[in-house]
Design a protein around this ligand. Structure first.
Ligand SMILES: C=CC1=C(C)c2cc3[nH]c(cc4nc(cc5[nH]c(cc1n2)c(C)c5CCC(=O)O)C(CCC(=O)O)=C4C)c(C)c3C=C
Ligand SMILES: [Fe+2]
Length: 454
């Protein structure tokens, strides 16, 4: 594994000055600097067959891999680049958000011992290193013994790394057991004081089958098949120790996590992620995203992941006037500028008024979610659109799979409580929820969360 620090796995990029425009992409944000992409034999022939001989594969040593990786380093290039798994922080948090998600929550099988759990984390780390490097799990599709099933399910063969990131989280139940009174794996004394369960919020309509889980894995990639392949193989590896509790596919990221990215749109058609914590904001990451001295050592440099499955009643929304849609968010639909005036990245002026009426409704989403209303806290949002099909009334089961990373779960609680009177609530329903502690990145030779067990 290359030691080069990159945006994804290790050092934060240099701080950029503030401002409303988009500064240049920072040096080091290229995602091709990690594990070299080693095409499988079949993948290699496929590339050559597709006329990729010009990629200098015949050149010296690592030149081929470097060329392939560099060629895919820019956003939207289609995903031959690898994001390194190892580093100070786990990848998939400040990594420029990929386009596809497969999120999975796991339950640990009863009877699993502390040693079994450690072995699972060890196996997952090894597999994750292969998968994010674009390599198959174990011996790949060719088992050592032909009478056995292959180690890897095979459907990502030849697709490359696709900027796959795998971000692992640990649920509170892992520390205190299902009833909150236990210590199933001997780690209860390592529970951080901040790791309190999320409270129930006023408008929650949560379904148990879409909530919780003792372990979670967020798989993000530019190719859905690569993300699904990763979760499928991790689930397979976990058999007998953990099983899938629920999972969610997402498409179309609804947040930028780097100033080098364009702001995407959610299924209500609004730009989403404008005021996000960005990878370039080194100080803000320290203040709002990375866990610090307040937590036990094993979690420092990690974060907390909140996931909320939020159904959006898009048929109602689509019958709502443009003026009302913009009032709900407090921003214009096309440009994403604040209704107080200015362009997308200009700060909203909540005091601005016309004929005595505020230009931004006091109950608009951006006002209630704004740090000004929430003791200054900011969240790093990393959500995805989803559509789960449609119901018997011909309505889409569509929404936002909201994901945020924060230094302290209390930050999410603060913002979500502030959204109690959000105008947006008429058009959404929170139906799933989860909170996990995300350990820091694993160093070379270590497995994820190793320090928790030492
Ligand atoms: C508790 C946190 C949040 C939930 C839940 C949430 C749901 C949600 N948001 C949108 C769409 C937009 N959100 C926007 C801004 C925004 N949202 C949150 C938090 C939650 N959103 C924050 C902290 C912010 C930033 C506020 C600020 O600092 O100005 C925007 C505006 C553009 C942007 O800045 O991203 C949109 C649009 C939906 C559709 C949704 C639930 C389905
Ligand atoms: Fe929001």
């Amino acid at each position: 594994m290359a030691d080069t620090p990159t945006l994804a796995g290790e050092a934060a990029p240099p701080e950029e000055p503030g401002g409303s425009g988009r500064p240049e992409e920072p040096a080091g944000s290229a995602v091709g600097g990690g594990a070299p992409f080693r095409p499988s034999r079949r993948g290699l022939f496929g590339l050559l067959g597709a006329g990729a001989a010009g990629l200098a594969l015949g050149g010296a040593g690592g030149a081929a891999a470097a060329t392939l990786a560099a060629g895919a380093a820019s956003e939207g290039a289609g995903g031959r680049a690898a994001v390194p798994l190892r580093g100070a922080h786990q990848a998939g948090i400040v990594t420029p958000a990929q386009d596809r998600l497969h999120f999975a929550a796991f339950s640990v099988v009863s009877g699993t011992s502390r040693d079994d759990l450690i072995a699972l984390l060890r196996d997952w780390t090894a597999a994750a290193e292969s998968l994010t490097g674009g390599r198959p799990v174990g011996t790949g599709v060719e088992p050592e013994n032909p009478l056995l099933p292959p180690d890897d399910t095979g459907e990502a063969e030849g697709l490359g790394p696709g900027r796959l990131t795998l971000t692992f989280g640990l649920g509170r139940e892992l520390f205190v057991g299902a009833d909150g009174e236990g210590d199933p794996y001997g780690i209860r004394d390592r529970l951080p004081a901040q790791f309190e369960p999320l409270p129930s919020f006023a408008l929650d309509l949560l379904e148990e089958s879409l909530s919780g889980g003792e372990l979670c894995v967020q798989a993000c990639a530019d190719d859905p098949q690569i993300a699904v392949h990763a979760i499928r193989n991790l689930a397979r590896i976990a058999v007998g120790r953990a099983h899938l509790k629920w999972s969610q596919l997402g498409f179309g990221r609804t947040a930028s996590t780097s100033r080098a990215q364009d702001t995407p749109r959610n299924l209500f058609g609004f730009k989403d992620g404008t005021a996000n914590v960005m990878a370039e904001e080194r100080d803000a990451l320290e203040e709002f995203v990375w866990v610090g001295e307040e937590a036990p050592e094993w979690l420092r440099g990690g974060s907390y992941l909140v996931a909320r499955k939020i159904l959006m009643t898009i048929e109602n929304w689509d019958r709502t006037s443009l003026a009302e849609q913009e009032r709900v968010f407090g921003r214009t639909k096309l440009e994403g500028g604040p209704l107080s005036g200015g362009a997308e990245f200009d700060a909203p002026d909540f005091a601005a008024a016309k004929s005595g009426a505020p230009l931004i409704d006091p109950e608009s989403h951006v006002r209630l979610a704004h740090p000004e209303q929430n003791g200054g806290v900011r969240l790093l949002r990393r959500g995805y659109n989803y559509v789960d099909g449609s119901n018997e009334l011909g309505q889409l089961g569509a929404g936002l799979f909201f994901i945020s990373f924060q230094r302290d779960p209390a930050a999410f609680v603060r913002v979500q409580r502030s959204l109690r009177h959000d105008l947006l609530n008429e058009y959404i329903r929170h139906i799933g929820s989860g909170l996990w502690a995300v350990p820091p990145g694993a160093a070379k030779g270590e497995f994820l969360a190793q320090a928790l067990f030492e």
